[in-house]
Design a protein around this ligand. Structure first.
Ligand code: SF4
Ligand code: SF4
Length: 357
């Protein structure tokens, strides 16, 4: 079984399908996802949060806003659901955001409302002249203004910085600025998205090049994998799998209130472009239908569904004709390639002040 209800300690949320940016490797940008009418303006509601949080005792849950398709702060339902979440006394609330939205006043009040339980990670991949190359549409000065308003009211903040060729030379300066403003942490990370797709660069909508660094270990890992296995796909099919989120007692809820074990499995159902991931999803969606994991339809009983009960673990350890391996699992949680920027070699958090939580 993937997880029992009583064992869940973290819920990661893709609260909304809204976002004002167009980051070139984001699932919403890639393949034109956000342009389809059925994907626009979806938000989790207060009623959804009641279904989500009521079964859990106070003080147990970490809530983690980090979406595949949206930025929670772009949602009109965020404020109500945030206050309700606080009233359920979670252990902590973490929000990952591009930081561009809302007024300084709102950010000051957010710090007061959230207190020490709240932490915000601002995704700022560069400085004034570079951040918008990947974070297309972001306004650096506005983000810094928001971060200052939040931090000056006691808000706990982290600066997340994805390194690319165009911003690599600014890492030290960005860390100094983070320190001056009062960020608690500075997190430099590289992305596995180039290497897992077998490329080294993409272009943004303004035809600017977004290029991987030469030092990204994912690129050399991919070369070694192809030498040993013949191809990356062969590795994905054969590697041992160690599920990251099962160890963290974590689950993921998407903007349709569908439950997934993790954010990585929460993305492919909505990808518009055909890929190895969407093909392997087709198998179990044909078996179970599209709403097998809807919390709006089934509530938390979805954890008893065959997908959570048997499919996942069988597909990792002994896949067969019914429980076929899911491509996303081999790619993300295989033994020789670190896909996520939140784990292992790709994570490099420096504590600038205060205690790490
Ligand atoms: S800010 Fe986040 S949700 Fe918005 S486009 Fe960028 S990666 Fe995607
Ligand atoms: S991708 Fe698969 S193996 Fe990895 S965390 Fe998600 S469910 Fe677990």
């Amino acid at each position: 079984m993937y997880m029992k209800l009583a064992d869940i300690q973290e819920i990661q949320l893709d609260h909304t399908s809204r976002c004002q940016l167009k980051c070139s490797q984001c699932a919403r940008t890639f393949g034109g996802w956000s342009e389809y009418p059925e994907n626009q303006n979806l938000d989790l509601t207060l009623e959804d949060y009641k279904v989500l949080l009521e079964p859990f005792p106070q003080g147990q849950l970490r809530l983690f806003h980090c979406g595949n398709y949206g930025d929670a702060l772009a949602s009109r339902t965020f404020d109500n659901t945030f206050d309700y979440s606080l009233s359920r006394d979670p252990k902590s609330i973490m929000i990952i955001t591009n930081g561009s939205l809302r007024s300084s006043k709102w950010w000051s009040e957010l710090a007061q409302r959230g207190g020490k339980k709240l932490k915000v990670a601002f995704s700022i991949d560069g400085l004034e002249d570079t951040n918008h190359i990947y974070r297309e549409g972001a306004i650096f000065r506005k983000i810094i203004e928001n971060a200052k308003a939040f931090i000056s009211e006691g808000g706990r903040a982290r600066w997340d910085f994805i390194e690319f060729k165009h911003n690599y030379h600014q890492i030290e300066l960005a860390e100094e600025i983070a320190h001056e403003i009062g960020f608690e942490e500075f997190n430099v990370k590289y992305t596995a998205r180039f290497a897992s797709e077998g490329n080294k660069a993409v272009t943004n909508n303004k035809k600017q090049k977004v290029e991987d660094t030469d030092t990204n270990k994912n690129q050399s890992d991919r070369v070694d994998i192809i030498k040993s296995y013949g191809s990356f796909d062969e590795y994905v099919n054969k590697t041992e799998i160690s599920c990251k989120t099962q160890k963290r007692n974590s689950v993921f809820v998407d903007m349709h209130m569908r439950l997934w074990p993790c954010c990585w499995l929460g993305a492919p159902l909505y990808l518009k472009k055909k890929s190895a991931q969407t093909e392997s999803f087709k198998h179990f969606l044909d078996l179970y239908g599209h709403d097998f994991n809807s919390l709006r339809v089934h509530g938390w009983k979805v954890l008893e569904h065959e997908f959570f009960n048997s499919y996942l673990e069988s597909s990792w350890k002994s896949p067969d004709e019914r429980f076929k391996r899911i491509y996303t699992c081999g790619r993300t949680c295989g033994e020789k390639f670190e896909f996520s920027s939140g784990y292992g070699q790709n994570r490099n958090v420096k504590v600038l002040r205060g205690a790490e939580v």
